[in-house]
Design a protein around this ligand. Structure first.
Ligand SMILES: [Zn+2]
Length: 83
């Protein structure tokens, strides 16, 4: 296994995503609109499993190109088999 799947960890920055869904209360991610393009960047094995953290959503909105160069190059190396 290359990546250990942890649904409490953001797939991009690997910090806790603070998703509250599991504890039964309403999560912040219900109120935040996550850009579809950002969701598309999530590695397949994390999709619909791990939440993106608020910090990453904000930094993507601020500067998508910078965000991609920070995170996606590394992710694409792992995903390149698909292309
Ligand atoms: Zn993050």
């Amino acid at each position: 296994m290359k990546n250990q799947l942890n649904e409490n960890i953001c797939p991009f920055c690997k910090s806790p995503n603070n998703c509250k869904m599991e504890s039964g209360s309403k999560c912040w991610c219900v109120d935040v609109k996550v850009p579809t393009q950002l969701l598309d960047l999530v590695p397949t094995e994390f999709k619909r499993k791990a939440c993106i953290c608020l910090q990453c959503i904000n930094s993507y909105k601020e500067n998508p190109e910078l965000f991609k160069s920070n995170y996606c190059e590394k992710l694409l190396i792992e995903e390149k088999d698909e292309f």
